[in-house]
Design a protein around this ligand. Structure first.
Ligand SMILES: NC(=O)c1ccc[n+]([C@@H]2O[C@H](COP(=O)([O-])OP(=O)(O)OC[C@H]3O[C@@H](n4cnc5c(N)ncnc54)[C@H](O)[C@@H]3O)[C@@H](O)[C@H]2O)c1
Length: 305
């Protein structure tokens, strides 16, 4: 099979491309804005460039892909406020360009790294795919709009489109230099480099953490979908507070960590976790790695770097 996996120099894209490389032909596009070329798995054709560049995407029209898996993007709500146009181009224009590439080159499957941010804040905070979408950041608006484009491309052009609403993905391989994305990686990077953690927002905020290998598996399972548009939560159904993440980090490291709490970032959700029964039932995906086990694996990896 031939796959275009965007963003394979990044955390999630590399893990997905690695699962597909070897037995399949895999091409990736990545502009290395947050990713590193050394993350691109062996055997994957690497095209350096932007997924928001119409000329580059158009130049692929003669290629044949069995599926396009669109993972490249900027993943920070904070950055979407600092530069809304950059966010729009990277996360939303890119989706439209790639969907249209799928239409032109006869690709029948499109899978997208969407996000739990599309839900916004809810009470109760457990979100299923039927929960209303109330995006709170421009980042989340771009992801929501991308999902709607997928639905319409599927209806109009018969492409099987699958949006995976990823909750917080963490684990080995996460970018420890990007202090604007990834709660677990940000706190761990600060603890390792300065023995200090600066938390933007309350310690009572909570998220639903999914280990990277299991997130990559959700993309592989989504490849089995043959028609129509659908959306799935990729989550564990468990809420983990900021305070608990920090306790695990403090407990695992052999020195004292100074923790400071400052004002939160705009558009940050207070607390969210998800219901994964739909993806379990329809795609046979189920999370098995609990947060503490995954986090200890990640800490051991990060300490050795
Ligand atoms: N990590 C999470 O918890 C999480 C949660 C929900 C959704 N997502 C989504 O998953 C995707 C991947 O996230 P990640 O955690 O692997 O981040 P990452 O920063 O590690 O990877 C993103 C990759 O995309 C590349 N990229 C960025 N803009 C690009 C552009 N315009 N053209 C080409 N390449 C570009 C980067 O260089 C990087 O290699 C993002 O779309 C993000 O919104 C991530």
């Amino acid at each position: 099979m031939r796959y275009l996996v965007t963003g394979a120099a990044g955390f999630i894209g590399a893990a997905v491309a690695k699962r597909l490389a070897g037995e399949n032909e895999v091409v990736t596009i990545d502009n290395l804005s947050t990713g590193k070329e050394e993350n691109v798995p062996e055997g994957v054709e690497f095209i350096k460039g932007s997924v928001a560049d119409p000329g580059l995407i158009h130049s692929l029209s003669d290629r044949k892909f069995d599926a396009i898996i669109h993972i490249a993007g900027q993943s920070s709500g904070e950055i979407s406020f600092e530069d809304p146009v950059y966010d729009l181009q990277t996360n939303y224009q890119s989706t439209v360009l790639l969907l249209d590439l799928a239409r032109r080159c006869g690709c029948r499957k499109f899978i997208y790294a969407s996000t739990m941010s599309v839900y916004g804040d809810h009470n109760p905070p457990c979100c299923s795919e039927d929960t209303d979408l109330v995006p709170k950041s421009f980042y989340a608006v771009g992801k929501t709009a991308s999902e709607h484009y997928m639905r319409i491309y599927s209806d109009q052009f018969g492409i099987a489109c699958t949006a995976l609403r990823l909750f917080n993905i963490y684990g080995i391989g996460q970018n420890m230099d990007n202090l604007k994305q990834g709660m677990a990686s940000i706190y761990l990077a600060m603890a390792l480099s300065d023995h200090k953690i600066n938390v933007k927002g309350s310690k009572d905020r909570f998220r639903d953490f999914v280990y990277i290998d299991e997130a990559a598996d959700a993309f592989i399972k989504a490849l089995s979908r043959e028609s129509g548009y659908d959306v799935f939560n990729v989550c564990t159904g468990k809420a983990t507070t900021v305070e608990h993440i920090i306790d695990i980090i403090k407990d695992a490291l052999p020195y004292d960590i100074d923790v400071k709490y400052t004002e939160g970032t705009p558009g940050d959700q207070f607390g969210i976790y998800g219901d994964y029964s739909k993806i379990a039932k329809e795609l046979g995906w189920k999370p098995e790695i609990d947060f503490e086990t995954g986090m200890r694996r990640m800490i051991a990896w990060a300490e050795k770097r």
